[in-house]
Ligand binder design. Sequence first.
Ligand code: BGC
Length: 760
Amino acid sequence: MTTTLQETVAYYNNLDPETEKRVDALLAQMTLVEKIGQLVQLNPFAPFDPDDYEAKKREAEEAGAPFEYEPRLRDDMEDLLRGGRIGSFLNVMTPKVINHCQRIAVEESRLGIPLLVGADVIHGYRTIFPIPLAEASTWNPDLLERASRVAAEEASAAGVDWIFAPMVDVSRDPRWGRIAEGAGEDPFLGMAMARARVRGFQTTGLTSGRNVAACPKHYVGYGAAEGGRDYNTVDFSERTLRDVYLPPFKAAFESGAGAVMSSFNELGGLPVTANPSILRTILRDEWQWPGVVLSDYDAVRELIPHGVAANLREAARLSILAGLDIEMVSTAYHDHLADLVTAGEVPEALVDEAVRRVLRLKFRLGLFERPYTDESLHDAVILQPAFRELALETARESMVLLQNEDNILPLSPDVRLTVIGPLADNRADMLGCWSLHNHPEDVETVLEGLSAYLPGDTWSYQPGCPIRDDRTDGSGIETDIPAAVAATREADVVLLVLGESADMSGESHSRTTLGLPGRQQELVDAIAETGKPMVCVLMSGRPLVIPRLAAQVKGLLVAWHAGIRAGRAVADLLFGAANPSGRLTASWPRSEGQIPVYYAHKSTGRPAAESGTRQFAEAFKSVYMDEPNSPLFPFGYGLSYTTFTYANLQIAESMLGPDDTLRVSVTITNSGDRAGAEVVQLYVRDLVACVTRPVRELKGFQKIWLQPGEQRTVSFEVPVRDLGFSGLDMQYTVEPGDFKLWVGPNAVDGLEGAFRVCEA
Ligand code: BGC
């Protein structure tokens, strides 16, 4: 527990005596049923009714009006609101509906407690930014903070006061579709991104005049699902929990996050939803964190199929006892909590504690003073030119140049180009896996982006094949590989725009094979036969496994699913109006069999020599017979159109006490002929400790922009207390001893130094 944590949570959660008095006064008036209402979160709409949908669509068409479907409210919704039986909504983003329901809660319920409206705004509300994995690849927390603020601006104008983000799950498994939603494989980078996003969402001064709370998720361990299969079992050591998976959550709380969403998974045999050591011991006893814990979707009911509760009543009891405050969607609290309290199986004091946290958040957000949303704001706030510009800036910075043989990029404007691939003329998939309020018509396609640079007759386009198997794709693209090959005849360069559709990543979209889907590799093979130089723009929601493709193309630009400005950003980078500056935040494996492959692995007792990898070169070492241990592209990796040299590594003091600060500097020179950005990365290794330590750990990074020939000294200051880990007794400790250190452009290269941490 640090003082910072105490101070920030005290501020953000309003532990000031005035608010506490208001909370107490309100709580004292509440019946048990009203209290439980505050712990219930539902979606207010009736199940989707296709007839109703079609009828409303026809009506709009006949009236010539734009069609936006507004589902019907549940029949019982107004009565539930009047009775104080519901405390919050999820995923409603229509100010009219929100205000209607809010009016009932505030004006017609006995105590007038306002509703809290939560929603998934994962990479933008209407201005859709690149998926979070791509956003993290900018290595630019300031940019993420600004992007998150835009998301909060727009969502707040839509009536949302609680954003179910950032997702801060560390993930080292690209099979897991939700790797798209996080910052990648590293806790240190994850902490930086978590802080930036929480700050961005929770900024004050939004146009709506309202406030927004962040909700880091999914607490905790969700990214370590066995086999990368979503919702699957998680089982790792307490040390891994503390050193790898918890830090981004703690960073989010230190930045003031007022709530957290617990995860679906079990951890060591106990689902988190019912896990008191996760929800109480760590959050409350150790960290003294007073924020709200919200379950994930239906997760309380899922305790039944998990096999720890026989029925919904038991599920309710286990969850409230474990420390879960709000139940999302399932109705175990609504149906059974009152009875559990009356029967003496759950102390009412526990319910009070949970309700107190919810009320505190509502006071903190100013909902009692300002419960309604100004319905006239929404259209004026969304998609402002500055927002679209920021989406472009983020998209450009998020893309990662992995290969550039013979400096094939940037392309010259008089190049004759043949564009091939199913993603070149595509809007919907640019929107990524998690954007609820997206509009495909907002998106610029790659072809549209390119047309800004190319005159009409110097290029042609052939899709070649659909993204996935012809039978299941649904895009209407027919496979015609010969036509694609024929189209390359006049080309100087073939530009391939390939990859995954948006729905191949994200929740419940895990994959076991991570190569190019459908017949896209076959398409590339056919084009490769022509001998024309190829550049590939690769779109995906995860690291892909592409050794064959990488060997075939000269230029390889990872564009992810980059949001509404994807097309323009790709074109700006291809033609050199912008210089690639993204760096990978998750390793790209050579094969699925290597997974998990990540840079901060342990040494093992039989480490492979750095160069050697194969069984026969290195008998009885920790290697594969058929493949190197290293990934195809490591964490931190990415190229630029210019080059950077690293020199003059200085360590101010190489003997440090536990309270000292490690001061490191290095001189970076832009040794090429273009302006560009470098991400300077600092890694350390604790050589000998009471428990094994990773072979490298990121401890600092800075993104710097340099003109050609410009030189800059970059300095890092790392408090020695940040070099620790969970010791034998699971207490955080920094041990005296020798460390290695590297400053470099990725997790593999760099200048090397050393320092020692001495006894106090
Ligand atoms: C997801 C959460 C999301 C929630 C509400 C769940 O299925 O795991 O990330 O916030 O749904 O939509």
